[in-house]
Design a protein around this ligand. Structure first.
Ligand code: PLP
Length: 443
């Protein structure tokens, strides 16, 4: 592992660079997701265990990405893997229904307390896509309100006003425009999505006064995960009636993904019986791998662990321990900051002002944050090198010295970044990309 001194040895990258050059001949960007395509800094993973991950050059990191969130118990959790492996050996794909599927969705109903019926999908993208169709089918209306900055996956209806760097692209704050993320999204589809601003009930009220008659649903992430987990302000969800058990509000429909299967490709959507009952006769949903054996088994075991153990409390407590360490470091550095999100999935924004919506991210010192996140890698901890992405905590982080490593990597990296800035050499300040930031902050 890399040391934690202020001038750490550089990461070993030779094998990954070789793999990158090989991969880009076949995979666009050298990866299977745009979000992992980091040019020559693309990471090629060897393995993970608990809260740690190793790349193919043998560098070890405290993993603070956890696959963008799903691996809530830790990599290679034996309780889940043993159960899944047992099931898997009995055949994986039948396009028939197994008891684990029924059990998985019974657990979703039991744990939420308000979902009456649900169906499994393979990804969160599919889950939100099906929810939107169901809402449209149930109401007979076409338009869906979506909040700026919120990420609901990669289908055409979800890719509106998601992640621009330049807030001007979102249009006037009083009159946001629907900004398609990338080419290939038909205007006719984009025009069915009405952009709104998180935590801005007043604007939403006006929107409903003007267009309520054509709105099928409001889709909302309870926290704005795509901007470090910006929290809803008091009363926002109540006014919107759109967050579930944590905020004590009951939506009509909801999607579940990621953490429900500890990293196996499992997701679900569900909600009110009268809406879900449009399936199977009146609305299309299906899929060869919907409720596949591996995913269903993973959900059963993961949700049983979440129900029967203190795993979630451990995750929360560990997140708070990391936050306590960070708070001390940043206070000592005398920087203004705010934590965003929930301790299990939190962000830290260098800013005086509490961010309440995606547009506020632009006013934070994200150049500093990006340099710190990148610099943490050479110090043995890996948050996402993008100041919009929160840190993800898993149960296994509590079992070793992950918290200490994460905090000291942050501390050393912050020192290096501030030092680089003082010398006019902070890469982000010069609007350079991710790769260059490592060198600049650690010169
Ligand atoms: C809130 C939210 N919705 C939907 C998705 C898409 O899920 P998936 O990547 O499984 O398609 C994500 C993934 O990051 C998400 O965070």
């Amino acid at each position: 592992m890399s040391g934690t001194s202020n001038t750490p040895s550089p990461l070993r990258r030779a094998r990954q660079l070789e793999m990158y050059r090989r991969a880009i001949r076949t995979l666009p960007g050298g990866a299977n997701s745009n979000f992992r395509a980091w040019g020559e800094d693309t990471i090629y993973v060897d393995r993970g265990k608990g809260g740690r991950v190793w790349d193919i050059d043998g560098n070890e990191f405290v993993d603070l990405r956890m696959g963008y969130g799903p691996v809530i118990l830790g990599h290679g959790d034996e309780r889940v893997d043993d159960y899944v492996n047992g099931r898997m050996r009995q055949g994986v794909s039948f396009s028939l229904t197994s008891e684990d599927e029924v059990r998985a969705l019974e657990l979703v109903c039991e744990l939420t307390g308000w979902v009456e019926m649900a169906r499994m999908t393979v990804s969160g993208t599919e889950a939100t896509m099906h929810l939107m169709r169901l809402a449209r089918a149930f109401t007979g209306k076409d338009k869906i309100v979506k909040f700026e900055g919120q990420y609901h996956g990669l289908h055409d209806y979800a890719l509106i006003s998601v992640s621009p760097n330049n807030m001007a692209d979102l249009g006037d704050a009083d009159n946001p425009v629907g900004l398609a993320w990338g080419r290939g999204i038909p205007n006719a589809v984009a025009n069915t999505i009405i952009p709104a601003r998180f935590n801005n009930i007043e604007r939403l009220r006006r929107l409903f006064e003007m267009q309520g008659h054509e709105i099928a649903a409001v889709i909302v992430e309870p926290v704005l995960g795509n901007a470090q987990g910006i929290l809803p302000q008091e009363g926002f969800h109540k006014a919107l009636r759109g967050a579930a058990e944590y905020f004590g509000i009951t939506p009509d429909l909801a999607s579940f993904a990621k953490a429900m299967g500890n990293g196996y490709p499992a997701a679900a959507f569900g909600g009110r019986r009268d809406i879900m009952s449009l399936l199977p006769d009146k609305v299309s949903h299906g899929g060869t791998y919907a409720g596949n054996r591996v995913a269903a088994a993973a959900v059963v075991k993961t949700l049983e662990i979440i129900r029967d153990t203190d795993a979630l409390e451990t995750v929360h407590r560990t997140g708070r321990r990391i936050q306590d360490g960070l708070r001390e470091v940043v206070n000592e550095a005398g920087l203004p900051f705010h934590f965003t999100g929930h301790p299990s999935m939190f962000g830290i924004m260098f800013t005086e002002k509490v961010a309440t919506e995606y547009r506020d991210w632009a006013d934070t010192d994200h150049a500093l944050y990006d340099a710190v996140a990148v610099g943490m890698q050479v110090r043995g901890a890996m948050p996402e090198p993008d100041s919009r992405e929160p840190w993800f905590v898993c149960e296994a982080h509590a079992k070793d010295d992950s918290v200490d490593i994460a905090v000291s990597a942050f501390e050393e990296s912050l020192k290096a970044a501030l030092d680089a800035r003082a010398r006019g050499k902070l890469a982000g300040d010069r609007a350079l990309g991710f790769g260059s930031a490592v060198g600049a902050a650690d010169e």
